[in-house]
Write a protein that binds this ligand. Structure first.
Ligand code: PAF
Length: 297
């Protein structure tokens, strides 16, 4: 496996691959089973798999966790090697993003960025789209794999690729969950045992809305409200602060009043200082273990 840190080394590696289909997995490191599933997905679609590891300062707000974001490069390199990755691109911020306040930014359309996570994290999606476009130019992949969990990010990347006529196929890889239903995320490790127990409520809310839909309920407001009433108990979840819980059209990412199999549930919640996301298609049940229906904190 090649460990690549400079632009020149990346270009040399890339040039010698010729016509091989390159599948790219962008990450911020601290790799867990969710990332490994993206890498497996990349192997199914490409002949050479490249992973980038870069904690992107452009996508963190001034009060966010950029400094304390977990950086575990040696562990990540070993995980990539074991997963048969061809190359890991791990640039340093001093050359990839030298002056974050004085740089060209990609501005995705407002209708995709000014709601949901974009409201809570102003500038986040600009910073994310900017670095992804830079990585696309440097790596020149044929295919890029993004996790479904960051559903708004994925919608923005699809739009970016289409609007800027990039010749890259975007593939969505499903959310990977811990045994208790919690979607895997590098930020889960910030959670104390009590907050982690309460975080399971995210997947319970999704499952509850899916169950209402499967019983023939198609009014989004009613389904979301009933899901909240049935599982959100302030006494059991004192630290669970719901930021949004919505149903959006899978293609346009705009809220939908009437649910169909094309509707995606999205939610974000804060548990103490930690902000977590989850998502599922409304008609694609999560099959959480029945013992987890009644959570004990
Ligand atoms: O999803 C992430 O880890 C990041 O937003 C990404 C796509 C690697 C860009 O920094």
């Amino acid at each position: 496996m090649h460990r690549i840190e400079t632009r020149q080394a990346l270009q040399e590696w890339r040039d010698q691959l010729g016509d091989h289909a390159i599948a790219f997995v962008p990450t911020m490191g601290n790799l867990h089973a969710g990332h490994l599933s993206l890498i497996q997905c990349a192997h199914r679609h490409g002949q050479a798999v490249v992973v980038s590891i870069f904690v992107n300062p452009l996508q963190f707000g001034p009060t966010e966790d950029y400094e304390r974001y977990p950086r575990t490069l040696e562990h990540d390199l070993a995980a990539c090697e074991a997963a048969n990755v061809s190359a890991v691109f791990c640039p340093t911020a001093d050359w990839l993003t030298p002056d974050i306040h004085n740089t060209t930014h990609v501005k995705p359309p407002k209708q995709l960025t000014q709601q949901f996570c974009g409201l809570a994290r102003p500038g986040h999606f600009e910073g994310m789209a900017t670095i992804v476009l830079k990585l696309f130019h440097l790596i020149r992949p044929d295919i890029a794999i993004f996790g479904e969990k960051d559903a708004q990010q994925l919608a923005i990347i699809r739009q970016l690729v289409s609007d800027l006529n990039l010749n890259i196929t975007i593939i969505e890889a499903p959310v990977i969950r811990e045994a208790d239903g919690l979607a895997m995320s590098s930020r889960n490790q910030y959670l104390s045992p009590s907050l982690k127990s309460q975080a399971r409520l995210l997947s319970r809310l999704l499952a509850s809305a899916q169950s209402a839909y499967s019983q023939g309920n198609t009014q989004a407001n009613t389904v979301l409200k009933e899901a909240l009433e049935s599982v959100l108990d302030a006494e059991l979840y004192p630290d669970f602060e719901l930021e949004y819980f919505e149903a959006v059209d899978q293609n346009s990412f705009q809220p939908c009043a009437m649910l169909s199999d094309n509707s995606r549930l999205i939610l974000a919640a804060r548990l103490g200082q930690t902000r977590l996301l989850d998502t599922a298609m409304i008609g694609d049940p999560l099959f959480l273990h029945p013992d987890l229906a009644q959570l004990e904190i």
